[in-house]
Design a protein around this ligand. Structure first.
Ligand code: ADP
Ligand code: ADP
Length: 228
């Protein structure tokens, strides 16, 4: 599903946010990406969704080389990936319903179906009673859950989340993780960046750790190699 092959990224000359990162994530896996602040987690996620292009190395996502796909194919790549951004990226002048179903609308899915899907995912995150609120009328935790609902509404093949529980109390955080597990069981590959060690320990999933831009440890390294 995701393959990094000797990937380097830098924002300033000779300062690397990521150095020589290689790993393979197979379809259906659930992975935590961890490491201290500044380790390169967000950079790695941005590379996966083609928000950035690496300075060196190859990245394959869902069979596509993300550095070389034509610009007009990027929207389709992004639609197959559900993304929970660290800052949520909700649209202020759209309601929760409109935020959650925006992509479905661009895909031409009719209102009745959009309502059905929005209802399902908002119920999953416990926000069915906030459907017609605007983002600024919600608490930070609620906005985060809207971002999660939006990320899963189109049944993505891959779900990528950057600190998706950062604003949540422990019970809510556990709810979101249970939801991610449920989505994962239905076949979606899940990659979650977090520095919440307690949660990582509880979940018992493969963990990829970064430190100062380098791959520090990969608990699933037996499935990563040069051969596949
Ligand atoms: P993490 O998500 O693990 O906290 P980041 O990927 O955000 O780490 O950052 C990795 C490194 O890259 C940090 O040293 C950070 O300061 C730097 N960095 C990230 N984004 C930019 C940017 N747009 N411009 C310059 N430096 C950046
Ligand atoms: P949380 O316990 O998630 O931090 P808050 O205490 O921030 O929630 O908010 C509680 C309720 O108040 C939420 O349901 C939210 O809809 C509402 N609320 C919070 N901030 C605002 C606001 N600026 N305008 C309108 N409603 C708000």
């Amino acid at each position: 599903m995701i393959r990094f092959y000797h990937v380097y990224q830098s924002y300033q000359k000779d300062v690397f946010a990521l150095s020589d990162i290689s790993f393979t994530i197979n379809p259906g896996e659930f992975i935590f990406l961890t490491g201290p602040s500044g380790a390169g987690k967000t950079t790695l996620l941005k590379l996966i969704i083609r928000e950035e292009i690496p300075k060196k190395g190859q990245i394959l996502v869902h069979g596509q080389n993300v550095s070389s796909i034509p610009v007009n194919k990027i929207p389709r790549l992004r639609r197959s990936i559900g993304v929970v951004f660290q800052d949520f990226k909700l649209i202020r002048n759209k309601t929760v319903f409109e935020n959650v179903t925006f992509v479905l609308k661009t895909l031409g899915i009719d209102l009745k179906e959009r309502r059905r899907r929005a209802h399902n995912v908002l119920k999953m995150v416990g926000l069915q009673h906030k459907t017609h609120f605007y983002p600024l009328e919600l608490s930070g935790g609620e906005q985060q859950r809207v971002a999660v609902a939006r990320a899963i509404v189109n049944d993505p093949v891959l779900l990528v989340a950057d600190e998706p529980t950062g604003n949540l109390d422990p019970d809510r955080a556990a709810d979101i993780m249970n939801l991610f597990e449920k989505i994962n069981r239905k076949g979606t590959t899940v990659l979650v960046a977090t520095h919440d060690r307690d949660m990582i320990q509880r979940m018992r999933k493969r963990v990829i750790s970064l430190n100062a831009g380098r791959l520090d440890h990969d608990s699933g390294s037996q499935v990563h190699g040069e051969e596949n």
